[in-house]
Design a protein around this ligand. Structure first.
Ligand code: SF4
Length: 242
């Protein structure tokens, strides 16, 4: 069974036991069985979680199908494979980097190298969310040579796919990882040290810029870790507001 479902089932069981215990203390030992109320013939079916899930997942799959074996920009020449994205199609929290690195290009999954391990740790140990609950992707889906920042023509060729992913997932909050991703999404060059921790917006969705985990690995100071932690906590709190 899914560990999250298992946790929910245990919590329900605990709550039921506590209620039975309370009723017993109040002298209630039996209930009359109520007949289920008859439903009108034309009752519309309530939308199920499953239907919503498959809707978002299907919309994401449509974006992936649209990309196909893309050759719309020169980045296709050096890639091993397209790195589309990873995670929950219905995530509240979306992390966006600028482009896949060497390991991502090899494995076809975003943020799986050393920086990815740190990001996973921040999500799982810091925010206490399974990585599979959030969604992670990049602005360009193919590795730029030598991990350079994607060029404007590459970004404009690929941006529609990022926007398609955002529309499909409809996250409550986007976290932009690092200066290039933040600058590319905001449409102007930013100083990440100034803009991080401040609320921005992309396609009408609140966007929190923060340091890229690769930067944190290079500048592994207590202060930088504290700042990223503050940004992530603010992003999670905003997700839980609405
Ligand atoms: Fe196509 Fe995007 Fe890859 Fe360029 S980076 S080839 S636009 S998928």
């Amino acid at each position: 069974m899914d560990p999250e479902l298992q946790g929910e089932a245990r919590a329900l069981l605990r709550a039921a036991r506590a209620a039975i215990h309370e009723w017993a203390e109040e002298g209630v030992h039996a209930f009359e069985r109520a007949e289920p109320a008859a439903l009108p013939d034309e009752t519309p079916a309530a939308p199920s979680k499953g239907a919503a899930t498959s809707g978002a997942a299907a919309a994401l799959e449509a974006v992936r199908a649209e990309i196909g074996d893309c050759t719309r920009c020169p980045l296709h020449e050096g890639r091993t494979q397209i790195v589309f994205g990873d995670g929950n199609a219905e995530a509240d929290l979306l992390f966006v980097g600028e482009g896949p690195g060497e390991q991502e290009d090899k494995q076809g999954i975003p943020f799986v190298g050393r920086a990815g391990e740190l990001l996973t740790k921040m999500i799982e140990r810091g925010l206490e969310l399974p990585r599979s609950e959030v969604y992670i992707c990049n602005i360009v889906k193919c590795r730029p040579p030598g991990n350079r920042t994607p060029l404007p023509n590459e970004v404009s060729a690929c941006r529609g796919f990022l926007d398609g992913q955002i529309d499909a997932i409809a996250p409550k909050v986007i976290v932009a990882l690092g200066k290039p991703a933040t600058s590319l999404m905001l449409g102007h060059d930013v100083a990440i040290t100034r803009v991080r921790g401040t609320w921005q917006e992309y396609r009408g969705i609140p966007l929190m810029p923060t340091f890229h985990p690769a930067y944190i690995l290079r500048q592994y100071t207590e202060e930088n870790r504290r700042l990223v932690w503050e940004d992530l906590k603010a992003a999670l709190a905003r997700c839980r507001e609405g």
